[in-house]
Design a protein around this ligand. Structure first.
Ligand code: MF3
Ligand code: CO
Length: 247
Protein backbone atom coordinates (compact mmCIF):
# COMPACT_ATOMS: atom_id res chain seq x y z
CA UNK A 1 0.00 0.00 0.00
CA UNK A 2 1.39 3.40 -0.97
CA UNK A 3 0.89 5.96 1.79
CA UNK A 4 1.70 9.56 0.81
CA UNK A 5 3.51 11.64 3.43
CA UNK A 6 2.09 14.73 5.11
CA UNK A 7 3.92 18.05 4.78
CA UNK A 8 5.11 17.59 8.41
CA UNK A 9 6.55 14.14 7.60
CA UNK A 10 8.25 15.47 4.47
CA UNK A 11 9.81 18.21 6.56
CA UNK A 12 11.23 15.56 8.91
CA UNK A 13 12.66 13.65 5.92
CA UNK A 14 14.58 16.64 4.60
CA UNK A 15 17.32 16.30 7.22
CA UNK A 16 18.31 12.62 6.71
CA UNK A 17 18.17 13.25 2.95
CA UNK A 18 20.47 16.28 3.24
CA UNK A 19 22.88 14.14 5.26
CA UNK A 20 22.88 11.54 2.46
CA UNK A 21 23.52 14.26 -0.11
CA UNK A 22 26.36 15.80 1.90
CA UNK A 23 27.87 12.40 2.71
CA UNK A 24 27.95 11.46 -0.98
CA UNK A 25 29.68 14.77 -1.78
CA UNK A 26 32.13 14.21 1.11
CA UNK A 27 32.99 10.75 -0.24
CA UNK A 28 33.27 12.12 -3.78
CA UNK A 29 35.93 14.60 -2.67
CA UNK A 30 38.03 11.91 -1.00
CA UNK A 31 37.63 8.66 -2.95
CA UNK A 32 40.80 7.85 -4.91
CA UNK A 33 43.06 5.07 -6.18
CA UNK A 34 44.84 3.22 -3.37
CA UNK A 35 41.91 3.40 -0.96
CA UNK A 36 40.17 0.18 0.08
CA UNK A 37 36.41 -0.10 -0.23
CA UNK A 38 36.39 -0.56 3.56
CA UNK A 39 38.03 2.83 3.95
CA UNK A 40 35.25 4.30 1.80
CA UNK A 41 32.74 2.68 4.15
CA UNK A 42 34.60 4.20 7.11
CA UNK A 43 34.17 7.68 5.64
CA UNK A 44 30.44 7.03 5.32
CA UNK A 45 30.07 5.67 8.86
CA UNK A 46 32.00 8.57 10.40
CA UNK A 47 30.15 11.22 8.39
CA UNK A 48 26.69 9.88 9.17
CA UNK A 49 27.47 9.47 12.89
CA UNK A 50 29.02 12.96 13.07
CA UNK A 51 25.78 14.28 11.52
CA UNK A 52 23.77 12.82 14.40
CA UNK A 53 22.19 10.18 12.17
CA UNK A 54 22.41 6.39 11.97
CA UNK A 55 23.65 4.44 8.96
CA UNK A 56 20.46 2.54 8.04
CA UNK A 57 22.24 -0.16 6.04
CA UNK A 58 24.37 -1.36 8.97
CA UNK A 59 22.67 -4.52 10.23
CA UNK A 60 19.83 -4.31 7.71
CA UNK A 61 18.95 -7.99 7.15
CA UNK A 62 22.44 -8.64 8.53
CA UNK A 63 24.22 -6.33 6.06
CA UNK A 64 27.69 -5.77 7.60
CA UNK A 65 28.49 -2.17 6.59
CA UNK A 66 27.18 1.41 6.34
CA UNK A 67 27.50 1.69 2.57
CA UNK A 68 27.35 -0.51 -0.50
CA UNK A 69 30.56 0.03 -2.47
CA UNK A 70 30.22 -1.59 -5.89
CA UNK A 71 33.22 -1.65 -8.24
CA UNK A 72 33.03 -2.12 -12.05
CA UNK A 73 31.02 -5.32 -12.75
CA UNK A 74 29.43 -5.17 -9.29
CA UNK A 75 25.97 -3.73 -9.90
CA UNK A 76 24.82 -3.12 -6.31
CA UNK A 77 25.33 -4.29 -2.71
CA UNK A 78 29.12 -4.59 -2.93
CA UNK A 79 30.29 -5.37 0.61
CA UNK A 80 33.20 -3.13 1.69
CA UNK A 81 36.42 -5.14 1.87
CA UNK A 82 40.20 -4.90 1.60
CA UNK A 83 39.84 -4.46 -2.17
CA UNK A 84 42.02 -1.56 -3.28
CA UNK A 85 40.56 0.95 -5.75
CA UNK A 86 42.60 1.45 -8.90
CA UNK A 87 42.79 4.09 -11.61
CA UNK A 88 40.15 3.26 -14.22
CA UNK A 89 37.61 1.79 -11.78
CA UNK A 90 34.07 3.06 -11.51
CA UNK A 91 32.66 2.78 -8.00
CA UNK A 92 29.08 3.17 -6.89
CA UNK A 93 28.58 4.27 -3.30
CA UNK A 94 25.04 3.75 -2.00
CA UNK A 95 24.06 4.82 1.49
CA UNK A 96 21.12 5.55 3.75
CA UNK A 97 20.88 7.78 6.81
CA UNK A 98 18.21 7.56 9.53
CA UNK A 99 17.24 10.64 11.52
CA UNK A 100 14.00 12.19 12.85
CA UNK A 101 12.39 8.74 12.50
CA UNK A 102 12.90 8.66 8.72
CA UNK A 103 15.40 7.35 6.18
CA UNK A 104 17.08 9.07 3.25
CA UNK A 105 18.74 7.06 0.48
CA UNK A 106 21.06 7.95 -2.38
CA UNK A 107 23.86 6.64 -4.58
CA UNK A 108 26.50 8.03 -6.93
CA UNK A 109 28.97 6.30 -9.23
CA UNK A 110 32.46 7.81 -9.01
CA UNK A 111 35.25 7.58 -11.57
CA UNK A 112 38.69 6.73 -10.17
CA UNK A 113 41.15 8.81 -12.17
CA UNK A 114 40.89 8.40 -15.89
CA UNK A 115 38.40 5.72 -16.95
CA UNK A 116 37.74 4.11 -20.35
CA UNK A 117 35.44 5.96 -22.75
CA UNK A 118 32.85 3.19 -22.29
CA UNK A 119 32.83 3.51 -18.48
CA UNK A 120 32.81 7.29 -18.74
CA UNK A 121 29.72 7.20 -20.96
CA UNK A 122 28.07 4.58 -18.75
CA UNK A 123 28.40 6.75 -15.65
CA UNK A 124 27.11 9.80 -17.49
CA UNK A 125 24.19 8.01 -19.12
CA UNK A 126 23.17 6.39 -15.82
CA UNK A 127 22.90 9.84 -14.21
CA UNK A 128 21.02 11.12 -17.22
CA UNK A 129 18.65 8.14 -16.95
CA UNK A 130 17.61 9.38 -13.51
CA UNK A 131 16.80 12.85 -14.81
CA UNK A 132 15.01 11.43 -17.86
CA UNK A 133 13.00 9.15 -15.57
CA UNK A 134 11.73 11.95 -13.35
CA UNK A 135 11.27 14.55 -16.07
CA UNK A 136 7.60 15.66 -16.10
CA UNK A 137 6.89 13.48 -13.05
CA UNK A 138 4.16 15.00 -10.86
CA UNK A 139 1.00 14.03 -8.98
CA UNK A 140 -1.15 11.90 -11.27
CA UNK A 141 1.79 10.49 -13.29
CA UNK A 142 1.64 6.73 -13.96
CA UNK A 143 4.31 4.96 -11.91
CA UNK A 144 5.76 2.93 -14.77
CA UNK A 145 6.36 6.01 -16.90
CA UNK A 146 9.54 6.41 -14.83
CA UNK A 147 10.90 3.02 -15.90
CA UNK A 148 9.67 3.51 -19.44
CA UNK A 149 11.73 6.68 -19.76
CA UNK A 150 14.81 5.23 -18.03
CA UNK A 151 14.79 2.15 -20.24
CA UNK A 152 14.22 4.11 -23.41
CA UNK A 153 17.13 6.43 -22.68
CA UNK A 154 19.51 3.65 -21.58
CA UNK A 155 18.78 1.46 -24.58
CA UNK A 156 19.01 4.39 -27.00
CA UNK A 157 22.57 4.75 -25.71
CA UNK A 158 23.37 1.07 -26.29
CA UNK A 159 23.13 0.05 -22.63
CA UNK A 160 20.77 -2.26 -20.77
CA UNK A 161 18.63 -1.88 -17.68
CA UNK A 162 19.02 -4.18 -14.68
CA UNK A 163 15.67 -5.92 -14.06
CA UNK A 164 16.07 -7.70 -10.73
CA UNK A 165 16.61 -4.62 -8.55
CA UNK A 166 14.32 -1.61 -8.42
CA UNK A 167 13.75 1.70 -6.73
CA UNK A 168 11.25 1.89 -3.89
CA UNK A 169 9.13 3.98 -1.60
CA UNK A 170 10.88 5.26 1.53
CA UNK A 171 9.91 6.81 4.86
CA UNK A 172 9.90 5.35 8.35
CA UNK A 173 11.12 2.17 6.60
CA UNK A 174 14.03 2.10 4.15
CA UNK A 175 11.96 0.12 1.68
CA UNK A 176 8.26 0.89 1.34
CA UNK A 177 5.72 0.52 -1.45
CA UNK A 178 5.79 1.03 -4.34
CA UNK A 179 8.54 -0.84 -6.12
CA UNK A 180 9.92 1.47 -8.85
CA UNK A 181 11.29 -0.54 -11.78
CA UNK A 182 13.69 0.95 -14.31
CA UNK A 183 11.72 -0.53 -17.21
CA UNK A 184 8.05 -0.49 -18.10
CA UNK A 185 5.24 0.41 -20.42
CA UNK A 186 4.25 4.02 -20.92
CA UNK A 187 0.98 5.02 -19.28
CA UNK A 188 0.80 2.04 -16.91
CA UNK A 189 0.99 1.58 -13.16
CA UNK A 190 -0.71 3.42 -10.32
CA UNK A 191 -1.10 7.17 -10.56
CA UNK A 192 1.27 8.69 -8.02
CA UNK A 193 -0.41 10.88 -5.42
CA UNK A 194 1.06 14.16 -4.13
CA UNK A 195 3.22 13.50 -1.07
CA UNK A 196 4.50 10.14 -2.29
CA UNK A 197 8.21 9.77 -1.47
CA UNK A 198 10.23 7.38 -3.62
CA UNK A 199 13.80 6.48 -4.49
CA UNK A 200 14.48 6.38 -8.23
CA UNK A 201 17.69 4.48 -8.89
CA UNK A 202 18.69 3.48 -12.40
CA UNK A 203 21.12 0.54 -12.45
CA UNK A 204 22.51 0.39 -15.96
CA UNK A 205 24.84 -2.17 -17.55
CA UNK A 206 27.24 -1.69 -20.45
CA UNK A 207 26.52 -5.26 -21.59
CA UNK A 208 23.59 -7.55 -20.79
CA UNK A 209 21.12 -7.03 -17.95
CA UNK A 210 21.50 -10.46 -16.35
CA UNK A 211 23.03 -10.54 -12.87
CA UNK A 212 24.03 -13.13 -10.29
CA UNK A 213 24.52 -12.81 -6.56
CA UNK A 214 27.86 -14.03 -5.16
CA UNK A 215 28.14 -16.57 -2.34
CA UNK A 216 28.27 -13.77 0.25
CA UNK A 217 24.52 -13.43 -0.39
CA UNK A 218 24.76 -9.71 -1.29
CA UNK A 219 27.20 -8.79 -4.06
CA UNK A 220 25.28 -8.58 -7.35
CA UNK A 221 27.52 -8.77 -10.43
CA UNK A 222 26.74 -8.71 -14.12
CA UNK A 223 26.71 -12.22 -15.58
CA UNK A 224 28.88 -11.10 -18.51
CA UNK A 225 31.38 -9.31 -16.27
CA UNK A 226 30.93 -5.99 -18.03
CA UNK A 227 30.63 -2.81 -15.97
CA UNK A 228 27.46 -1.39 -14.44
CA UNK A 229 26.64 1.96 -12.84
CA UNK A 230 24.07 3.19 -10.32
CA UNK A 231 22.62 6.60 -9.47
CA UNK A 232 19.91 7.23 -6.90
CA UNK A 233 17.99 10.04 -5.24
CA UNK A 234 15.10 10.27 -2.81
CA UNK A 235 12.33 12.54 -4.09
CA UNK A 236 8.87 13.83 -3.24
CA UNK A 237 6.08 13.91 -5.81
CA UNK A 238 4.30 17.26 -5.61
CA UNK A 239 1.24 18.59 -7.48
CA UNK A 240 3.44 20.46 -9.95
CA UNK A 241 6.61 18.36 -10.16
CA UNK A 242 9.21 16.64 -8.00
CA UNK A 243 11.44 17.83 -5.19
CA UNK A 244 14.69 15.91 -5.09
CA UNK A 245 15.69 15.68 -1.44
CA UNK A 246 19.17 14.20 -1.84
CA UNK A 247 20.48 16.64 -4.44
N1 MF3 B 1 20.54 1.76 -0.26
C1 MF3 B 1 20.06 0.58 -0.94
C2 MF3 B 1 18.85 0.92 -1.76
O1 MF3 B 1 18.97 1.71 -2.60
C3 MF3 B 1 19.80 -0.52 -0.03
C4 MF3 B 1 21.00 -1.10 0.49
S1 MF3 B 1 20.70 -2.69 0.99
C5 MF3 B 1 21.53 -2.78 2.43
O2 MF3 B 1 17.79 0.44 -1.58
F1 MF3 B 1 21.37 -3.93 2.91
F2 MF3 B 1 22.80 -2.51 2.20
F3 MF3 B 1 21.07 -1.92 3.26
CO1 CO C 1 17.35 2.78 -2.55
Amino acid sequence: MIVPKSEAEIELMREPCRIVRDCLAFVGERIRAGMTTKEVDGLVYDFIKASGAEPSCLGYYGYPASACVSVNEVVVHGIPSERVLAEGDIVSVDLCAYKNGFHGDGARTFRIGKVSPEKDKLVRVTEECFFEGVKDLKAGSPLYDIGYRVQKYAEANGFSVIRSYTGHGIGREMHEDPSVPNFGRKGTGVRLAAGTVICVEPMIAAGGWRVKVLDDGWTAVTLDGRPAAHYENTLVVHEDGVEILTL
